[in-house]
Design a protein around this ligand. Structure first.
Ligand code: CDT
Length: 301
């Protein structure tokens, strides 16, 4: 067996006025607890360092730049990297990235046990809209503040296995999972900030949102025979509620661990990467069973 013990480290709400330093202190507390529980890898949410700022409209987009990180690690996150190195723990977290050329991405990284950033992923499927929409119950302006990721869906050799990332809305797209699956991915880590109501369909409340969340994760895991670790930023941020639903899904598509509250907290599971082998060599042996001659429309307009 190849056991990677993973801690899914959920963050409760982050208010607009909370500093990066205060959030990093919370992340370190979760990391210390993950260490006590034997974790090799700790996974934090999407946009872990700030509130979910795409809910706030700025006519001048540049006014949102203060939510973005110009380098990683930086002054605010140096202590997080240092503590991870001290613990010999790998980690993954999301943040808003601004490149030296001034490009904006919704990004997450994979950091090795020694602090090296091995993997960088930039969110491909940006949900929401790019102009203020008074018809909605709340704004979801990811298309205003980010451009679609330009790195595809890579996977990396890490922790003795093959690890990939995606971010939040990406989990709803089978293409995300299959592109990762085709690289033999054994563990997919992802963070999310999911409002508990649909801004365009008020009646679609928490229960259905949670169902679609888990449905997407469980299908992605099963159909590609991979572990999935999905981590929420949850709770009420300046009056806006984000659902929880942090969980770890096995390559059989079963939820094996989950968090039932909406505060800071971890859930830990020993993920045996060898448990991915059966599915990959039988029903989802892509080499034997895929019929790509029929898949052309997927990449056509
Ligand atoms: N952060 C993120 O991608 N949230 C989306 C909300 C979709 S509704 C605009 C999600 O897929 O959970």
């Amino acid at each position: 067996s190849r056991i990677v013990t993973v801690a899914a480290a959920q963050l409760g709400a982050i208010q607009k006025d909370d500093s990066r330093q205060a959030v990093v202190r919370r992340m370190i507390d979760l990391m210390d607890e993950a260490k006590r529980q034997g974790a090799d890898l700790v996974v934090y949410p999407e946009l872990a360092l700030t509130t979910f700022f795409p809910r706030w409209y700025h006519e001048d987009r540049a006014e949102a730049d203060h939510w973005f990180e110009r380098e990683m690690p930086n002054a605010a996150t140096g202590s997080l990297f240092a503590r991870a190195r001290e613990h010999g723990m790998a980690m993954s977290f999301g943040f808003a990235e601004i490149t030296p050329e001034g490009r904006h991405f919704n990004t997450s990284i994979l950091v090795e046990r020694d602090g090296t950033i091995t993997g960088r992923y930039r969110k491909v499927h940006l949900p929401g809209h790019d102009e203020h929409d008074p018809e909605r119950t709340h704004q979801h302006l990811e298309k205003r503040y980010f451009e679609p990721g330009d790195l595809g869906f890579p996977a990396w050799r890490m922790l003795g296995g093959v690890v990939g990332m995606c971010i939040c809305n990406d989990r709803r797209w089978p293409e995300t999972w299959r592109v990762l699956g085709l690289q033999g991915v054994e563990l997919v880590v992802l963070g999310f900030n999911t409002p508990s109501v649909n801004s365009q369909k008020g009646a679609e409340g928490l229960e259905k949102r949670m169902f679609h969340h888990k449905l997407s994760l469980q299908a992605g895991a099963y159909q590609n025979s991979t572990w999935v670790v999905a981590v929420a930023k949850a709770g009420t941020e300046d009056g806006h509620h984000l659902m929880g639903g942090t969980c770890i899904v096995s390559p059989d598509g079963e939820i094996v661990a989950e968090i039932a509250h909406e505060d800071d907290g971890i859930v830990v599971h020993p993920c045996d990467l060898d448990a991915t082998i059966f599915g990959k060599e039988t029903i989802f042996d892509f080499k034997r069973h895929r019929r790509i001659e029929h898949y052309g429309p997927i990449t056509a307009q």
